[in-house]
Design a protein around this ligand. Structure first.
Ligand SMILES: Cc1cc2nc3c(=O)[nH]c(=O)nc-3n(C[C@H](O)[C@H](O)[C@H](O)COP(=O)(O)OP(=O)(O)OC[C@H]3O[C@@H](n4cnc5c(N)ncnc54)[C@H](O)[C@@H]3O)c2cc1C
Length: 369
Protein backbone atom coordinates (compact mmCIF):
# COMPACT_ATOMS: atom_id res chain seq x y z
CA UNK A 1 0.00 0.00 0.00
CA UNK A 2 1.31 3.48 -0.90
CA UNK A 3 2.27 5.71 2.05
CA UNK A 4 1.89 8.79 -0.18
CA UNK A 5 -0.43 11.39 1.38
CA UNK A 6 -3.06 12.48 -1.13
CA UNK A 7 -3.18 16.27 -1.55
CA UNK A 8 -6.46 18.14 -1.19
CA UNK A 9 -8.26 18.61 -4.49
CA UNK A 10 -8.22 22.21 -5.68
CA UNK A 11 -11.83 23.35 -5.53
CA UNK A 12 -11.40 27.02 -6.41
CA UNK A 13 -8.65 29.27 -7.84
CA UNK A 14 -8.01 30.87 -4.44
CA UNK A 15 -7.42 27.48 -2.80
CA UNK A 16 -3.89 27.49 -1.25
CA UNK A 17 -3.40 23.99 -2.70
CA UNK A 18 -3.10 25.64 -6.13
CA UNK A 19 0.00 27.46 -4.90
CA UNK A 20 1.43 24.12 -3.63
CA UNK A 21 0.80 22.47 -6.98
CA UNK A 22 2.31 25.38 -8.94
CA UNK A 23 5.42 25.36 -6.73
CA UNK A 24 5.93 21.69 -7.57
CA UNK A 25 5.30 22.23 -11.30
CA UNK A 26 7.76 25.17 -11.37
CA UNK A 27 10.39 23.03 -9.65
CA UNK A 28 9.94 20.23 -12.20
CA UNK A 29 9.69 22.45 -15.28
CA UNK A 30 13.40 22.91 -16.06
CA UNK A 31 14.01 19.17 -16.53
CA UNK A 32 11.46 19.04 -19.36
CA UNK A 33 13.86 21.02 -21.55
CA UNK A 34 16.64 18.40 -21.53
CA UNK A 35 16.97 15.36 -23.79
CA UNK A 36 18.00 11.97 -22.46
CA UNK A 37 20.82 9.81 -23.90
CA UNK A 38 18.51 8.68 -26.74
CA UNK A 39 17.74 12.34 -27.64
CA UNK A 40 14.21 12.08 -26.26
CA UNK A 41 12.60 14.82 -24.25
CA UNK A 42 10.77 13.60 -21.12
CA UNK A 43 6.97 13.48 -21.17
CA UNK A 44 5.54 15.35 -18.13
CA UNK A 45 3.87 12.23 -16.70
CA UNK A 46 4.85 13.12 -13.14
CA UNK A 47 3.35 16.58 -13.59
CA UNK A 48 0.14 15.19 -15.10
CA UNK A 49 -0.15 12.66 -12.26
CA UNK A 50 0.21 15.51 -9.79
CA UNK A 51 -2.49 17.48 -11.59
CA UNK A 52 -4.79 14.44 -11.47
CA UNK A 53 -4.22 14.06 -7.73
CA UNK A 54 -4.98 17.74 -7.17
CA UNK A 55 -8.22 17.35 -9.16
CA UNK A 56 -7.17 19.73 -11.97
CA UNK A 57 -8.80 17.61 -14.68
CA UNK A 58 -12.15 18.08 -12.92
CA UNK A 59 -12.11 21.89 -13.18
CA UNK A 60 -13.36 21.91 -16.75
CA UNK A 61 -16.53 19.81 -16.57
CA UNK A 62 -19.85 20.26 -14.75
CA UNK A 63 -20.72 18.09 -11.76
CA UNK A 64 -23.20 16.03 -13.84
CA UNK A 65 -20.13 14.71 -15.70
CA UNK A 66 -18.01 14.25 -12.55
CA UNK A 67 -16.28 17.63 -12.66
CA UNK A 68 -16.18 20.59 -10.28
CA UNK A 69 -17.91 22.89 -12.78
CA UNK A 70 -15.56 25.84 -12.57
CA UNK A 71 -16.80 28.96 -14.37
CA UNK A 72 -14.84 30.29 -17.38
CA UNK A 73 -13.57 33.04 -15.08
CA UNK A 74 -12.20 30.55 -12.54
CA UNK A 75 -10.75 28.29 -15.25
CA UNK A 76 -8.93 31.36 -16.59
CA UNK A 77 -7.49 32.07 -13.14
CA UNK A 78 -6.47 28.42 -12.80
CA UNK A 79 -4.76 28.39 -16.20
CA UNK A 80 -2.99 31.68 -15.41
CA UNK A 81 -1.46 30.13 -12.30
CA UNK A 82 -0.50 26.84 -13.95
CA UNK A 83 1.00 28.44 -17.05
CA UNK A 84 3.16 30.83 -15.05
CA UNK A 85 4.61 27.70 -13.37
CA UNK A 86 5.01 25.32 -16.33
CA UNK A 87 3.98 26.09 -19.91
CA UNK A 88 4.52 22.55 -21.19
CA UNK A 89 2.30 20.85 -18.62
CA UNK A 90 -0.37 23.53 -18.98
CA UNK A 91 -0.32 23.31 -22.76
CA UNK A 92 -0.72 19.51 -22.61
CA UNK A 93 -3.67 20.03 -20.23
CA UNK A 94 -5.36 22.39 -22.72
CA UNK A 95 -5.22 19.73 -25.45
CA UNK A 96 -6.37 17.04 -23.03
CA UNK A 97 -9.22 19.26 -21.90
CA UNK A 98 -10.14 20.02 -25.51
CA UNK A 99 -10.70 16.29 -26.01
CA UNK A 100 -12.50 15.73 -22.67
CA UNK A 101 -14.95 18.59 -23.16
CA UNK A 102 -15.80 17.51 -26.70
CA UNK A 103 -16.36 13.93 -25.51
CA UNK A 104 -18.49 14.99 -22.53
CA UNK A 105 -20.57 17.64 -24.28
CA UNK A 106 -21.19 16.07 -27.69
CA UNK A 107 -24.31 14.26 -26.55
CA UNK A 108 -22.74 10.84 -27.29
CA UNK A 109 -23.67 9.04 -24.04
CA UNK A 110 -21.75 5.89 -24.97
CA UNK A 111 -18.46 7.74 -25.51
CA UNK A 112 -18.98 9.86 -22.42
CA UNK A 113 -19.72 6.87 -20.14
CA UNK A 114 -16.84 4.82 -21.58
CA UNK A 115 -14.18 7.51 -21.37
CA UNK A 116 -14.91 10.42 -19.07
CA UNK A 117 -14.49 8.69 -15.64
CA UNK A 118 -10.98 7.48 -16.52
CA UNK A 119 -10.05 10.81 -18.11
CA UNK A 120 -11.11 12.73 -15.01
CA UNK A 121 -9.12 10.55 -12.62
CA UNK A 122 -6.09 10.66 -14.93
CA UNK A 123 -5.84 6.94 -15.64
CA UNK A 124 -6.40 7.57 -19.35
CA UNK A 125 -5.14 10.23 -21.74
CA UNK A 126 -7.00 11.74 -24.66
CA UNK A 127 -5.95 14.61 -26.89
CA UNK A 128 -7.17 16.62 -29.89
CA UNK A 129 -5.96 16.65 -33.47
CA UNK A 130 -8.27 19.12 -35.18
CA UNK A 131 -6.07 21.92 -36.51
CA UNK A 132 -6.37 20.61 -40.08
CA UNK A 133 -10.01 21.75 -39.89
CA UNK A 134 -9.08 25.23 -38.68
CA UNK A 135 -5.53 26.58 -39.06
CA UNK A 136 -3.29 23.89 -40.54
CA UNK A 137 -2.91 22.57 -44.11
CA UNK A 138 -5.92 24.64 -45.17
CA UNK A 139 -4.35 25.81 -48.43
CA UNK A 140 -4.16 22.30 -49.91
CA UNK A 141 -6.73 21.08 -52.44
CA UNK A 142 -7.18 17.71 -50.77
CA UNK A 143 -8.08 17.29 -47.08
CA UNK A 144 -5.27 15.58 -45.16
CA UNK A 145 -7.65 13.24 -43.35
CA UNK A 146 -10.44 11.69 -45.40
CA UNK A 147 -13.44 9.71 -44.20
CA UNK A 148 -15.58 7.21 -46.03
CA UNK A 149 -18.94 6.30 -44.52
CA UNK A 150 -19.76 2.58 -44.17
CA UNK A 151 -22.64 0.67 -42.57
CA UNK A 152 -20.64 0.29 -39.34
CA UNK A 153 -19.16 3.76 -39.17
CA UNK A 154 -16.25 5.39 -40.97
CA UNK A 155 -12.96 4.43 -42.59
CA UNK A 156 -10.27 7.08 -42.11
CA UNK A 157 -7.26 7.60 -44.35
CA UNK A 158 -4.53 10.23 -44.25
CA UNK A 159 -2.87 11.91 -41.33
CA UNK A 160 -3.45 14.30 -38.44
CA UNK A 161 -0.65 16.88 -38.71
CA UNK A 162 -0.42 17.96 -35.07
CA UNK A 163 -1.29 15.82 -32.07
CA UNK A 164 0.08 16.76 -28.67
CA UNK A 165 0.90 13.66 -26.66
CA UNK A 166 -0.23 11.48 -29.57
CA UNK A 167 2.21 8.71 -28.66
CA UNK A 168 0.69 8.53 -25.15
CA UNK A 169 -2.97 8.86 -26.09
CA UNK A 170 -5.57 6.15 -25.53
CA UNK A 171 -7.96 8.11 -27.75
CA UNK A 172 -7.69 11.07 -30.13
CA UNK A 173 -10.54 13.42 -30.94
CA UNK A 174 -10.12 14.36 -34.57
CA UNK A 175 -11.91 15.63 -37.63
CA UNK A 176 -12.12 14.18 -41.14
CA UNK A 177 -13.75 15.12 -44.40
CA UNK A 178 -16.02 13.05 -46.61
CA UNK A 179 -15.81 13.16 -50.39
CA UNK A 180 -18.91 15.40 -50.57
CA UNK A 181 -17.19 18.01 -48.37
CA UNK A 182 -19.09 17.27 -45.15
CA UNK A 183 -16.99 16.75 -42.06
CA UNK A 184 -17.12 14.60 -38.95
CA UNK A 185 -15.71 14.93 -35.47
CA UNK A 186 -14.87 11.49 -34.15
CA UNK A 187 -12.93 9.67 -31.42
CA UNK A 188 -10.19 7.38 -32.69
CA UNK A 189 -9.10 4.70 -30.20
CA UNK A 190 -5.34 4.51 -30.77
CA UNK A 191 -5.29 0.72 -30.50
CA UNK A 192 -7.37 0.53 -33.72
CA UNK A 193 -5.58 -1.23 -36.58
CA UNK A 194 -3.84 1.26 -38.87
CA UNK A 195 -3.18 4.06 -36.34
CA UNK A 196 0.50 5.08 -36.12
CA UNK A 197 1.75 7.97 -34.00
CA UNK A 198 5.07 9.15 -35.44
CA UNK A 199 8.05 10.04 -33.28
CA UNK A 200 7.29 13.46 -31.77
CA UNK A 201 8.90 16.42 -33.51
CA UNK A 202 11.88 18.22 -31.98
CA UNK A 203 10.46 21.69 -31.44
CA UNK A 204 11.87 25.16 -30.79
CA UNK A 205 10.22 24.86 -27.37
CA UNK A 206 7.72 22.58 -25.62
CA UNK A 207 9.31 19.46 -27.11
CA UNK A 208 8.26 17.60 -23.97
CA UNK A 209 4.65 18.03 -25.16
CA UNK A 210 5.50 15.16 -27.53
CA UNK A 211 3.62 16.75 -30.40
CA UNK A 212 3.75 15.00 -33.73
CA UNK A 213 1.94 13.57 -36.69
CA UNK A 214 -0.47 10.63 -36.45
CA UNK A 215 -0.94 8.56 -39.60
CA UNK A 216 -4.19 6.68 -40.22
CA UNK A 217 -4.30 3.93 -42.81
CA UNK A 218 -7.69 2.32 -43.48
CA UNK A 219 -8.69 2.85 -39.86
CA UNK A 220 -12.20 1.57 -39.20
CA UNK A 221 -13.97 3.55 -36.52
CA UNK A 222 -17.34 2.39 -35.25
CA UNK A 223 -20.19 4.91 -35.43
CA UNK A 224 -20.49 4.69 -31.62
CA UNK A 225 -17.42 7.00 -31.45
CA UNK A 226 -18.95 9.73 -33.62
CA UNK A 227 -19.18 13.08 -31.82
CA UNK A 228 -20.62 15.30 -34.58
CA UNK A 229 -21.55 15.30 -38.25
CA UNK A 230 -21.39 14.50 -41.05
CA UNK A 231 -22.07 18.18 -41.61
CA UNK A 232 -20.41 21.10 -43.39
CA UNK A 233 -17.85 22.96 -41.27
CA UNK A 234 -18.20 20.71 -38.24
CA UNK A 235 -16.00 22.99 -36.09
CA UNK A 236 -18.51 25.84 -36.25
CA UNK A 237 -20.86 23.81 -34.03
CA UNK A 238 -18.31 24.54 -31.28
CA UNK A 239 -18.96 21.33 -29.33
CA UNK A 240 -17.20 21.52 -25.97
CA UNK A 241 -15.05 24.49 -26.90
CA UNK A 242 -16.00 28.02 -27.80
CA UNK A 243 -14.68 29.13 -31.19
CA UNK A 244 -11.88 31.68 -30.85
CA UNK A 245 -11.51 30.77 -27.18
CA UNK A 246 -9.44 32.59 -24.61
CA UNK A 247 -7.04 29.85 -23.54
CA UNK A 248 -4.21 30.77 -25.92
CA UNK A 249 -4.26 34.36 -24.62
CA UNK A 250 -4.49 33.06 -21.06
CA UNK A 251 -1.37 30.91 -21.38
CA UNK A 252 0.48 33.83 -23.00
CA UNK A 253 -0.38 36.07 -20.06
CA UNK A 254 0.68 33.35 -17.60
CA UNK A 255 4.08 33.13 -19.24
CA UNK A 256 4.40 36.92 -19.40
CA UNK A 257 3.64 37.04 -15.66
CA UNK A 258 6.56 34.69 -14.92
CA UNK A 259 8.86 36.94 -16.98
CA UNK A 260 7.66 40.15 -15.32
CA UNK A 261 8.07 38.61 -11.84
CA UNK A 262 11.63 37.72 -12.77
CA UNK A 263 12.43 41.30 -13.85
CA UNK A 264 10.98 42.58 -10.57
CA UNK A 265 13.09 40.19 -8.53
CA UNK A 266 16.20 41.37 -10.41
CA UNK A 267 15.17 45.02 -9.92
CA UNK A 268 15.63 44.63 -6.14
CA UNK A 269 19.37 44.87 -6.81
CA UNK A 270 19.26 47.03 -9.96
CA UNK A 271 17.17 50.18 -9.88
CA UNK A 272 17.33 50.71 -13.69
CA UNK A 273 15.02 47.71 -14.09
CA UNK A 274 12.21 49.16 -11.98
CA UNK A 275 10.68 51.45 -14.63
CA UNK A 276 10.44 48.86 -17.45
CA UNK A 277 9.27 46.23 -14.95
CA UNK A 278 6.45 48.51 -13.77
CA UNK A 279 5.42 49.39 -17.35
CA UNK A 280 5.24 45.72 -18.29
CA UNK A 281 3.32 44.90 -15.12
CA UNK A 282 0.79 47.67 -15.83
CA UNK A 283 0.19 46.28 -19.32
CA UNK A 284 -0.01 42.75 -17.91
CA UNK A 285 -2.59 43.78 -15.31
CA UNK A 286 -4.67 45.55 -17.94
CA UNK A 287 -4.66 42.54 -20.28
CA UNK A 288 -5.38 40.18 -17.39
CA UNK A 289 -8.35 42.33 -16.47
CA UNK A 290 -9.61 42.29 -20.09
CA UNK A 291 -9.12 38.54 -20.22
CA UNK A 292 -11.08 37.96 -17.02
CA UNK A 293 -13.82 40.36 -18.17
CA UNK A 294 -14.07 38.41 -21.43
CA UNK A 295 -14.30 35.17 -19.44
CA UNK A 296 -17.30 36.74 -17.66
CA UNK A 297 -18.84 37.51 -21.05
CA UNK A 298 -18.06 41.25 -20.85
CA UNK A 299 -15.59 41.73 -23.68
CA UNK A 300 -13.33 44.78 -23.31
CA UNK A 301 -12.10 44.16 -26.85
CA UNK A 302 -12.54 41.44 -29.46
CA UNK A 303 -10.94 38.02 -28.88
CA UNK A 304 -8.53 38.52 -31.82
CA UNK A 305 -7.46 41.97 -30.63
CA UNK A 306 -6.86 40.49 -27.16
CA UNK A 307 -4.81 37.66 -28.68
CA UNK A 308 -2.73 40.13 -30.70
CA UNK A 309 -1.96 42.19 -27.60
CA UNK A 310 -1.19 39.11 -25.46
CA UNK A 311 1.14 37.77 -28.16
CA UNK A 312 2.93 41.09 -28.28
CA UNK A 313 3.27 41.28 -24.49
CA UNK A 314 4.54 37.72 -24.05
CA UNK A 315 7.22 38.24 -26.72
CA UNK A 316 8.35 41.58 -25.30
CA UNK A 317 8.24 40.62 -21.62
CA UNK A 318 10.18 37.37 -22.04
CA UNK A 319 12.84 39.18 -24.09
CA UNK A 320 12.94 41.96 -21.49
CA UNK A 321 13.56 39.23 -18.87
CA UNK A 322 16.43 37.92 -21.01
CA UNK A 323 17.86 41.41 -21.27
CA UNK A 324 17.65 41.71 -17.48
CA UNK A 325 19.25 38.28 -16.97
CA UNK A 326 22.05 39.21 -19.41
CA UNK A 327 24.44 36.51 -20.64
CA UNK A 328 23.55 34.21 -17.76
CA UNK A 329 20.01 34.04 -19.12
CA UNK A 330 21.39 32.83 -22.44
CA UNK A 331 22.92 29.71 -20.90
CA UNK A 332 20.82 26.59 -21.41
CA UNK A 333 18.99 25.76 -18.21
CA UNK A 334 18.27 29.33 -17.17
CA UNK A 335 14.47 29.78 -17.23
CA UNK A 336 14.41 33.06 -19.20
CA UNK A 337 15.99 31.52 -22.30
CA UNK A 338 13.31 28.82 -22.21
CA UNK A 339 10.58 31.42 -21.70
CA UNK A 340 11.76 33.34 -24.79
CA UNK A 341 11.49 30.19 -26.87
CA UNK A 342 8.13 29.28 -25.33
CA UNK A 343 6.83 32.77 -26.17
CA UNK A 344 7.50 32.10 -29.87
CA UNK A 345 4.92 29.32 -29.71
CA UNK A 346 2.13 31.89 -29.43
CA UNK A 347 3.04 33.19 -32.91
CA UNK A 348 1.92 29.86 -34.37
CA UNK A 349 -0.38 28.11 -31.89
CA UNK A 350 -3.91 28.17 -33.24
CA UNK A 351 -3.17 31.66 -34.51
CA UNK A 352 -6.07 33.19 -36.49
CA UNK A 353 -4.98 34.65 -39.86
CA UNK A 354 -5.88 38.27 -38.92
CA UNK A 355 -3.68 37.98 -35.78
CA UNK A 356 -0.83 36.48 -37.82
CA UNK A 357 -1.20 39.29 -40.39
CA UNK A 358 -1.17 42.00 -37.69
CA UNK A 359 1.85 40.32 -36.09
CA UNK A 360 3.75 40.35 -39.39
CA UNK A 361 2.95 44.00 -40.04
CA UNK A 362 4.06 44.92 -36.51
CA UNK A 363 7.34 43.07 -37.03
CA UNK A 364 7.79 44.75 -40.41
CA UNK A 365 7.13 48.13 -38.78
CA UNK A 366 4.19 48.91 -41.06
CA UNK A 367 0.54 49.67 -40.32
CA UNK A 368 -1.91 46.76 -40.43
CA UNK A 369 -4.04 46.90 -43.59
C1 LIG B 1 3.99 22.66 -30.66
C2 LIG B 1 2.68 22.60 -31.35
C3 LIG B 1 1.67 21.83 -30.80
C4 LIG B 1 0.44 21.73 -31.44
N1 LIG B 1 -0.51 20.91 -30.88
C5 LIG B 1 -1.68 20.75 -31.52
C6 LIG B 1 -2.65 19.81 -31.03
O1 LIG B 1 -2.45 19.14 -30.02
N2 LIG B 1 -3.81 19.68 -31.70
C7 LIG B 1 -4.09 20.39 -32.83
O2 LIG B 1 -5.17 20.23 -33.38
N3 LIG B 1 -3.19 21.27 -33.31
C8 LIG B 1 -2.00 21.48 -32.71
N4 LIG B 1 -1.05 22.35 -33.23
C9 LIG B 1 -1.37 23.05 -34.51
C10 LIG B 1 -1.47 24.57 -34.38
O3 LIG B 1 -2.55 24.95 -33.56
C11 LIG B 1 -1.58 25.24 -35.75
O4 LIG B 1 -2.62 24.71 -36.47
C12 LIG B 1 -0.32 25.06 -36.56
O5 LIG B 1 0.76 25.60 -35.82
C13 LIG B 1 -0.44 25.73 -37.92
O6 LIG B 1 0.81 25.60 -38.60
P1 LIG B 1 1.01 24.71 -39.91
O7 LIG B 1 2.48 24.72 -40.21
O8 LIG B 1 0.36 23.41 -39.77
O9 LIG B 1 0.22 25.64 -40.97
P2 LIG B 1 0.08 25.52 -42.57
O10 LIG B 1 -0.93 26.56 -42.97
O11 LIG B 1 -0.18 24.11 -42.94
O12 LIG B 1 1.51 25.98 -43.06
C14 LIG B 1 2.58 25.07 -43.32
C15 LIG B 1 3.36 25.54 -44.51
O13 LIG B 1 2.51 25.56 -45.65
C16 LIG B 1 2.81 26.66 -46.49
N5 LIG B 1 1.61 27.50 -46.66
C17 LIG B 1 0.80 27.97 -45.67
N6 LIG B 1 -0.21 28.69 -46.21
C18 LIG B 1 -0.05 28.68 -47.53
C19 LIG B 1 -0.78 29.26 -48.61
N7 LIG B 1 -1.87 29.98 -48.43
N8 LIG B 1 -0.33 29.03 -49.85
C20 LIG B 1 0.79 28.30 -50.10
N9 LIG B 1 1.52 27.73 -49.10
C21 LIG B 1 1.11 27.93 -47.84
C22 LIG B 1 3.94 27.42 -45.85
O14 LIG B 1 5.16 27.01 -46.46
C23 LIG B 1 3.90 26.96 -44.41
O15 LIG B 1 5.16 26.97 -43.78
C24 LIG B 1 0.19 22.45 -32.64
C25 LIG B 1 1.21 23.23 -33.19
C26 LIG B 1 2.45 23.29 -32.58
C27 LIG B 1 3.54 24.12 -33.23
Amino acid sequence: MSDQIEPAEIRSPDDPALVDLCDQLRELSAALDFQDAQSNFPWPQQQLDLCARYGVFRWFLDSQYGGFGWSDHDVTLGYLALSAACQTTTFVITQRTGACRRIALSGNDFARDQLIPNLLDGTQFSTVGISHLTTSHRHLDKPVLQAEETDAGFVLNGFIPWVTGGVHADTIVTGAQLEDGRQILIIVPTDSAGVRAERPADLVALSASHTGKVVLENVQVDRQWLLAGPVENVMTSGIGAKPGGLQTSTLAIGLAAAAVDFIFSESEKRSELVRPAKALRDELEMLKDWLLQSALGKEACGTEELRRRCNSLVLRSTQAALSAAKGLGFITGHPVGRWCREALFFMVWSCPQPVANAQLCQLAGIATE
